[in-house]
Design a protein around this ligand. Structure first.
Ligand code: TRP
Ligand code: ZN
Length: 501
C-alpha cells in the first residue's frame, strides 16, 4: 500500500462521513433501542487488523472466516430506504479473535447475540465497523453464531471511479412515480454491501447465503440463489432463497418490486450436465422488446459453458431494474437496467464464472473479472457467425484513444476503467493467438475447474497459465499484464481462427 493510497482513502472516508451526516445515518434513526441492547465497553483492544486490501485497506478482518449468512430483511414500504434486518453469521477463524469486527455502515443496531446470548458491541462509524466482543475469543476449529438486528436507513458509499457518473453503492431505493410502484435493490460492487448488511465485506471471504425477504402483499422479492416456498403473513409475503455455493458479498443480489417472475426451461449445462433453473424478473410494465433480450439467455448459457466449462450455480436469470445505472452480475440473478441489450446480458452472464465462482483475491485483481466478461462478448459475436476481428480492433482502438496501464490496479479509479475491460480482454486474446483455439479453450475450462468456489490473484493466474499452456502462453499474457504501454495488437494467422473445434 502506498502513501498515496492511504491519503486517498482518508479523503474518501471524510467525504462519505460528511455526506452521511447530512443524510442522517449516524445514529439519527427513530427506532427505539430494544431491551437487548447492551452498551459498548470502553475501547481497550488492539488496533484494527483488516484484510489489507491494496485498494481498500480498511475492509474486512484478518483471520475471520464467515461461512454462512442467514439474512432476513423486511421492506415495509418499497421504494423508501427504510429497512429492517436480522442476520445470523456462521463464523470460523484462522487465529484467536478476541473481538469480531464486521464491516458495517448500516442502520441502527438494536440487538447483538453471540450463540444466542446478548453480547457487547459498539459501532465504530469512522472505521465503518460493528465490533462485537464474544464471551471468549473465537478460536480456530470452533464455530460460532453471531446475530445482529438493525433497522433504519442504510449508509451511503459513493463510488467515484465508475464510469461517467458516480454511483451510490448499496441499497437502492426507487420511489414510486407516474403509476410505477416503489422498488428496492442492492447494487454493491465493490464495497457497498456493508451499507445494509454487517459482513466481512471482501471477496476473499466468500460464503453461502440463505435470504428471506418480507414484503407487502402485491410485491415480489428475489435474491441470489434457488427459490423456496413462499410464506404468507398478515398482509405480507416472505420469499426465501438458498445460495448454496459460496459467493463474494459484493454480488449478493436482492430485489423488491411488483415483478412478474417468468420461468423458462432448465438448461443442462451445470456440473455433470445438471439442469440450471431459468427465471427472470420483470417489473410489470416492462415492454416486450426488453423482455425479448432474455429469450436468448438459454442459448448464451450453452455457448459460454462450451468455452468456460459447466455453469457454476443452480439457477440463472436477470432481474430488470428501471434506474439508469450500470448492470451488475449479482449471483444467479444479474441486475440489468431496462435500457440494456444483448451484449450486456452476455457480459453479466460471463461474470457468473469470472467474478462470482472464480473471485478476485483482492480488488487489485478485478481485471480478471472484467477482462473475461468482456472477452465473452467476442465469443458470443463469433457464435452468431459475425466478425470477431472487428470486436478485437474496437477494443484496441479504445485503448489507443484512452491510454492504458498495467492490469493490476493500484488506485480505486482504475478498478472499472477501460484497461480492466478492454486490455483485460486483449490479454486473453493474446493468449488465444499464442496457443491456438484448442489449447485456449482447454485452459479456460481447466482454470474455472481449478478455481471455482475460491479466489485467484494475478500471480496465481499467470502461474496457472504457465502450467497449462507453457512459457509461450505465459509470456503472451505477461506482456499484456505488465507492460506500461500498449503491446502490439495480437494478430491471428487466418487458419487458426476457426470458431469451432
Ligand atoms: N461489474 C460491473 C460490470 O461490468 C460493473 C460495476 C462495477 C458496477 N461497479 C459497479 C455496476 C457498481 C453497478 C454498480 O458488469
Ligand atoms: Zn463486467
Amino acid at each position: 500500500m502506498t502513501q498515496e493510497n492511504r491519503g486517498r482513502r482518508f479523503l474518501l472516508l471524510l467525504g462519505v462521513l460528511s455526506l452521511g451526516g447530512g443524510l442522517g445515518w449516524t445514529g439519527a434513526q427513530p427506532s427505539p433501542p430494544s431491551p437487548l441492547t447492551i452498551p459498548a465497553r470502553p475501547v481497550t483492544s488492539t488496533p484494527a487488523d483488516t484484510l489489507r486490501d491494496p485498494i481498500f485497506p480498511g475492509l474486512g478482518q484478518a483471520g475471520l472466516d464467515v461461512r454462512h449468512y442467514d439474512v432476513a430483511l423486511t421492506v415495509e414500504r418499497p421504494g423508501t430506504p427504510e429497512l429492517r434486518g436480522a442476520v445470523t453469521l456462521t463464523l470460523a477463524s484462522t487465529r484467536a479473535l478476541p473481538e469480531v469486527r464486521l464491516d458495517f455502515l448500516g442502520p441502527a443496531v438494536t440487538a447483538v447475540r453471540w450463540n444466542g446470548r446478548a453480547a457487547p458491541f459498539r459501532v465504530d462509524a469512522a472505521a465503518q465497523k460493528l465490533v462485537v466482543t464474544p464471551p471468549a475469543p473465537l478460536l480456530p476449529g470452533h464455530e460460532a453464531h453471531l446475530s445482529v438486528e438493525y433497522r433504519g436507513r442504510p449508509g451511503v458509499i459513493l463510488d467515484p471511479g465508475f464510469g461517467a457518473a458516480p454511483v451510490e453503492l448499496g441499497w437502492q431505493s426507487v420511489p414510486a412515480a407516474g403509476g410505477r410502484a416503489g422498488a428496492n435493490f442492492a447494487l454493491s460492487e465493490p464495497h457497498g454491501t456493508h451499507t445494509f448488511l454487517p459482513c466481512n465485506d471482501h471477496p476473499s471471504d466468500k460464503a453461502t447465503f440463505t435470504t428471506r425477504i418480507t414484503v407487502p402483499q402485491g410485491y415480489v422479492a428475489a435474491a441470489s440463489g434457488v427459490e423456496g416456498p413462499v410464506g404468507e403473513g398478515n398482509g405480507t409475503r416472505t420469499f426465501v432463497f438458498t445460495q448454496a455455493e459460496p459467493i463474494p458479498t459484493y454480488v449478493l443480489g436482492l430485489f423488491v418490486d411488483r415483478f412478474e417472475r417468468v420461468t423458462a426451461p432448465p438448461v443442462p449445462v451445470g456440473v455433470n450436465g445438471a439442469p440450471v433453473a431459468r427465471r427472470d424478473y420483470f417489473p410489470v410494465s416492462t415492454p416486450p422488446n426488453v423482455r425479448a433480450v432474455y429469450t436468448r439467455t438459454g442459448e448464451a448459457l450453452r455457448v459460454l459453458s462450451d468455452w468456460f466449462g459447466p455453469y457454476p450455480f443452480g439457477a440463472y436469470g436477470t432481474a430488470v431494474v428501471t434506474p439508469r445505472l450500470p448492470a451488475l452480475e449479482t449471483a444467479t440473478l444479474s441486475t440489468i437496467p431496462v435500457t440494456s441489450g444483448e451484449r450486456t446480458s452476455v457480459h453479466e452472464l460471463a461474470h457468473q464464472w469470472f467474478g462470482n465462482a472464480v473471485s478476485p483475491a483482492t480488488w487489485a485483481d478485478v481485471w480478471l473479472n472484467e477482462g473475461f466478461a468482456t472477452y465473452s462478448e467476442l465469443i458470443w459475436t463469433e457464435a452468431q457467425g459475425e466478425d470477431g476481428g472487428a470486436v478485437v480492433t474496437r477494443w484496441y482502438d479504445t485503448l489507443v484513444r484512452a491510454g492504458t496501464r498495467p492490469l493490476v490496479a493500484t488506485r480505486e479509479e482504475q478498478l472499472f476503467d477501460r484497461s480492466a475491460y478492454q486490455r483485460g480482454a486483449l490479454a486473453l486474446q493474446a493468449l488465444r493467438v499464442a496457443v491456438g483455439d484448442g489449447a485456449f479453450r482447454a485452459f479456460l475450462r481447466a482454470y474455472t475447474a481449478r478455481f471455482s468456489g475460491g479466489t485467484v490473484s494475478t500471480a496465481e493466474f499467470l502461474a496457472f497459465a504457465r502450467a497449462q499452456t507453457g512459457e509461450r502462453g505465459e509470456a503472451a499474457l505477461r506482456l499484456w499484464v505488465e507492460s506500461p504501454g500498449l503491446p502490439p495488437l495480437p494478430v491471428v494467422a487466418r487458419a487458426s481462427v476457426s470458431p469451432r473445434l
